[in-house]
Design a protein around this ligand. Structure first.
Ligand SMILES: Cc1cc2nc3c(=O)[nH]c(=O)nc-3n(C[C@H](O)[C@H](O)[C@H](O)COP(=O)(O)O)c2cc1C
Length: 332
């Protein structure tokens, strides 16, 4: 049995499961493993230092899978912005057919992607941004709740409200994101009106995720309580693992410190060391509250198969077993 939704139909994937863009983590090995498992993975464009490196990473991924995969383009306000146009050109030239946009308004990028037959899945953290993106003509929405790793926005609305609130207003395919890790989550997302799920933290903790084993073991050992929200006072909140560095950042900013005061602590060059050498206190690293639901390090194939099988069992077993027809009630 498979679970068919508006999302699987529109985006041409077998299962309604997505691996969203992940800085330093969304590389070819993981994305290909996700694709081979029948789900949709995204290479993270800006993890590659140059547009030429992105072209190589896409080629590497193609060597590892003949299934569809996409590229995530995260557009964040930075002092020295990366050459977004050049990354976008590489995506088009490489023949990629699905892009995940995130971080800000996708409008400047849509004409070029659509002119080249590329479907755009836009990730955002509020109903108003989802509605706006739909009106701009994106092909799908990924609605990311307060539970998520990375940037949850500033509204603090968890998925239980955010997903159905968005589903009421979104007609195009919509996937739910933030806090999903298993079959129960997939069924819940479908029940709330979504057409599938997006997961970051869960896919980060798989065999094929090319990060240090210490990080994966820390995720397995960690609970839903072990994250920090940094940059809250700067209104650029990011949910990251709780460690010596993130706790110091929270403390400095809560005392009235400015970005300059934490700039060195949050440097990407420090964060990437966590993943590369496995020193969990080397810098900032992203993970979400879904950590409390992650208890193993499976292959992507096993993970996706398990999520889909568990979801089917919950729908056809546990949930349908709760239904009683009126006739049966009368007899009883
Ligand atoms: C290590 C890590 C890095 C991330 N980096 C990005 C990124 O660069 N761009 C982006 O759009 N989302 C990023 N995210 C967010 C994920 O794509 C996804 O939306 C989020 O992880 C969903 O929440 P979950 O972790 O509870 O599944 C990142 C998540 C993680 C865990």
């Amino acid at each position: 049995m498979t679970i068919n939704t508006k999302f699987t139909e529109t985006f041409g994937v077998e299962h309604p499961v997505v691996q969203g863009g992940m800085q330093w983590v969304g590389r070819a090995e993981l994305v290909a493993a996700v694709a081979n498992a029948g789900a949709l993975g995204f290479i993270t464009a800006l993890t590659q230092p140059t547009p030429a490196d992105l072209a190589n990473e896409i080629a590497k991924c193609r060597d590892l899978t003949d299934k569809p995969f996409g590229v995530n383009l995260t557009i964040l306000p930075t002092i020295n912005p990366p050459p977004y146009d050049e990354y976008r050109q590489v995506i088009v030239d490489a023949g990629i057919k699905i892009v995940e946009t995130a971080g800000s308004n996708p409008a400047p990028h849509l004409p070029m992607f659509h002119d080249n037959g590329i479907k755009v899945l836009h990730k955002c953290t509020s109903v108003r941004h989802a509605v706006k993106a739909q009106s701009l003509g994106v092909d799908g929405i990924s609605i990311d709740g307060f539970e998520c790793a990375g940037h949850p926005g500033e509204d603090d609305i968890p998925g239980l409200v955010l997903i159905p609130a968005a589903a009421t207003k979104i007609e195009i395919p919509m996937i739910a994101s933030g806090g999903f890790a298993d079959g129960r989550g997939l069924v819940a997302a479908l029940a709330l009106g979504a057409d599938g799920i997006n997961m970051g933290s869960r896919f980060m903790c798989t065999v094929e995720s090319a990060i240090h084993q210490n990080v994966k073991e820390a995720i397995v050992a960690g609970s839903e309580l072990d994250t920090e929200m940094i940059f809250r006072p700067l209104r650029n909140t990011a949910r990251v693992a709780s460690n010596a560095v993130s706790r110091e950042v929270v403390e400095i900013l809560n005392r009235g410190g400015q970005f300059e005061d934490v700039k060195d602590l949050v440097a990407g060059s420090r964060g990437v060391k966590v993943y590369e050498v496995g020193d969990l206190d080397a810098g900032i690293w992203s993970v979400g509250t879904a950590m409390g639901l992650i208890n193993d390090i499976p292959t992507c194939a096993d993970l996706v198969a398990r999520i889909v099988a568990d979801a089917e069992e919950i729908i056809t077993g546990r949930l349908s077993g709760m239904l009683e027809s009126e006739q049966e009630e009368n007899v009883a």
